[in-house]
Design a protein around this ligand. Structure first.
Ligand code: NDP
Length: 671
């Protein structure tokens, strides 16, 4: 028997008074216990806030991203230990891959996004500076900084690893320590994963704590710098979000709860098309993966009325081929539910659905594992003949391999039925018709956190209706809890505070570590292209001499490049255009001359010009005008041990000091 520990304020705490026992999903035998009423939850909060938080906030986003990568690789190395433990949760090997490998993959995506989308700094700049005064001496900038509390993550039983890591990755990347409270039924897998992370020595002290068993009165002590996230049932979510302390301190609370996800067979996807077969395959997979215990599983199957029978037959045929049994057996396609209690709950909910729909596949009293002590149920497919008057099929989440087929008259009817779920995590539409896709996106987008379209063109690469991806938002409105997780760096911002900063360009530059136009320029140093990355400071500026543009320059450039557009070649035609006073120089000629004006030609620390962003041509330049260039160091981002990226603010002005062009130039500069 395993004693599942908590990890509180740096100590592993064994189960004690109030511990709950945990049974194997396969045999029903008690295999572990967890929980201790004496856990000092206030000390845990203090440890996270006072020790973990400051250590994480001392690191930059890039430091934390590198830490996530190392953690993920460490977990990957030891993942078989997690697989071995997971069988007793009822999960098969392919289920573990969703849970364990999916969690590790999510962490790796955050590790890479952290280095690509976030700065190597402590402050995240949200958007561009806003000019608030006439002359640019008073500016605004939104910034995000990490909250100074703790994230309390309360997770569901179905994904003991992914459920933890998908929340932990953005939390740590933001710079916030976490207290994980897994569902007791599967907490022995989470505990093993937490031990691996702590034993790796990669995390700062206090960054990660674990509550195995009950959470005690922790939520009565969270404050405005803490975040509480929850995944589980709507009833528990309602109870927790209504906690007086959470309400009175405006503690951030996000929930991901019951969701009546649906899949729609497009009107075009008739039997014989690749889309019809794809639909049947996706539905069967979603019903049986994790024995249907997935928050994104398909609960409602919407098909054109003419296809109801064909779909029922095709799905039933595939379900009949799924072997139910001990998940350790390689031939098993679907394992057990997590517990006897969960089995009772699923059968009760299936019975409620059965009051307004007919069961057309799967008899829980008569299937291969009927006599087992484990929490086995067969996949159960229902058919609801009247989805307009039915209510339970739209509001009852049987958290197991249970789904209901319903027919729709036309696309508007399908959209109305989709939205009867009153908010879901994901809806899918299998169609090859762009008009169908557009109508569903417009008609149902507001009710669903994600809409997954798939067809013959995308099916080879598509990731599946049920797979939340770290790049894309996971969460949904209404019944789905109203929360939002994942979605790239959006999720990181959930653990940070957005603050509007107002002040002079120098003040904004100092805070954001990004030079703001109008801030001090240092123009008295040697040419910046002669200085290595480390010697460049924000605001280091090069002012070029000026160069006159001649008609000959324009004609030579036109014939050399082949760009003989009339605005450069034909004075009368150019004048007739509302933008030009007559023949004008090519914008790209100005850029080329600008490079000639600012470049320092000798071999030196500038290794390559890698791009150009935000280019604007503001005023035409004609023969006889002259231009000069100002180049200022705007932002520096290290890329590896040898070089870093320098973003230069470049301004072209004419003989009257009017801006004619502006852009950001990117170079790689040696250290
Ligand atoms: P619960 O809502 O009971 O539990 C979810 C989490 O909340 C668990 O970690 C649980 O801990 C914890 N919890 C419960 N009560 C409290 C409390 N008073 N204070 C602090 N934490 C608490 O859901 P279950 O996991 O038991 O699943 C029940 C049903 O929820 C499923 O049948 C399904 O319908 C739905 N569900 C929906 C999911 C979704 O994302 N759509 C995901 C998972 C479940 P403990 O285990 O220790 O009680």
């Amino acid at each position: 028997m395993q004693h599942v520990h908590s990890f509180a304020a740096g100590q592993w705490i064994a189960p004690g008074a109030g511990a709950r026992s945990i049974a194997s999903a396969i045999t029903g035998d008690v295999i572990a216990d967890a929980g201790n009423d004496a856990l000092d939850v206030q000390a845990m909060l203090a440890h996270g806030r006072d020790v973990g938080g400051p250590a994480l906030r001392a690191m930059t986003f890039h430091d934390r991203a590198k830490m996530l990568k190392a953690l993920a690789l460490h977990l990957r190395e030891h993942r078989t230990a997690l697989y071995d433990l997971s069988y007793d949760t009822g999960a098969t090997k392919s289920d573990h891959q969703i849970d364990v490998d999916g969690g590790i993959g999510t962490m790796l995506v955050y590790a890479s996004k952290g280095r690509r989308d976030l700065p190597d700094a402590h402050v995240y700049l949200d958007g561009v500076p806003e000019q608030l005064g006439r002359a640019g001496a008073f500016m605004g900038q939104h910034i995000c900084t990490p909250l100074q509390g703790v994230a309390v993550h309360i997770n569901a039983f179905n994904f003991p690893v992914w459920g933890m890591l998908e929340k932990l990755a953005p939390t740590l990347l933001a710079g916030l320590p976490a207290i994980i409270k897994p569902a007791t039924a599967t907490c022995y897998v989470t505990e093993a994963c937490v031990r691996l992370m702590l034993d790796s020595g990669l995390l700062p002290v206090g960054a990660l704590q674990l509550v195995s068993g009950g959470l005690g009165d922790m939520l009565d002590h969270v404050d405005c710098q803490d975040v509480v996230t929850f995944t589980g049932s709507a009833d528990t979510a309602l109870k927790l979000r209504g906690n007086a302390n959470i309400l009175s301190n405006s503690v951030r609370f996000t929930a991901e709860q019951d969701s009546l996800n649906a899949s729609v067979l497009g009107p075009d996807a008739v039997p014989g098309t690749p889309e019809f077969d794809l639909f049947v395959k996706e539905v069967q997979r979603e019903m049986t993966a994790k024995a249907g215990q997935k928050c994104t599983a398909i609960r409602r199957i919407m098909v054109p009325q003419a296809q109801e029978q064909a779909v029922i037959e095709a799905i039933s045929a595939r379900l009949a081929n799924v072997t139910i049994g001990d998940p350790r057996d390689a031939a098993t396609g679907m394992g057990a539910l997590v517990s006897a209690a969960q089995k009772r709950d699923v059968l009760d909910k299936a019975a409620a659905i059965g009051a307004e729909a007919t069961r057309v596949f799967g008899d829980p009293d008569d299937f291969a594992m009927s006599g087992s002590k484990g929490a086995f149920v067969p996949p159960m497919l229902f058919h609801c003949a009247d989805p307009d008057t039915a209510t339970r099929v739209h509001d009852t989440e049987a958290f197991g391999p249970v789904s209901t087929v319903m027919g729709y008259r036309d696309l508007d009817h399908a959209i109305a039925l989709l939205n009867r779920g009153q908010g879901s995590l994901v809806a899918s539409v299998i169609t090859h018709d762009g008009d169908v896709a557009r109508a569903v996106a417009k008609g149902a987008g507001a009710f669903h956190g994600r809409i997954y379209f798939n067809n013959r063109d995308s099916m080879a690469e598509a990731t599946g209706h049920g797979a939340p991806l770290p790049h894309m938002v996971h969460g949904g409105p209404g019944r789905a809890g109203g929360g939002e997780e994942l979605g790239g760096s959006r999720a990181v911002m959930h653990y940070m505070q957005r603050t509007a900063i107002q002040g002079s360009p120098d003040i904004l530059t100092a805070i954001g570590n990004r030079w703001v136009p109008g801030a001090t320029e240092h123009a008295d140093k040697p040419h910046p292209f002669t200085r290595v990355y480390g010697d460049l400071e924000l605001g280091d500026t090069f002012n070029s001499p000026s160069r006159e543009i001649t008609l000959d320059d324009i004609e030579t450039f036109a014939h050399f490049t082949g760009d003989t557009f009339y605005a450069h070649m034909d004075d009368a035609a150019a004048k007739a255009n509302p933008f030009f006073p007559g023949r004008v120089a090519h914008g790209y000629l100005l850029l080329s001359f600008a490079a000639g004006l600012f470049v320092q030609p000798d071999p030196g620390p500038v290794l390559a010009n890698t791009g150009l962003d935000n280019l604007r041509f503001m005023k035409p330049v004609q023969a006889g005008d002259s231009i000069k260039v100002r180049l200022s160091v705007k932002l520096k981002t290290p890329r590896n041990d040898e070089y870093g990226e320098v973003r230069w603010h470049v301004t072209l002005t004419n003989q009257d000091d009017e801006q004619v062009a502006e852009y950001e130039l990117l170079t790689m500069n040696a250290f």
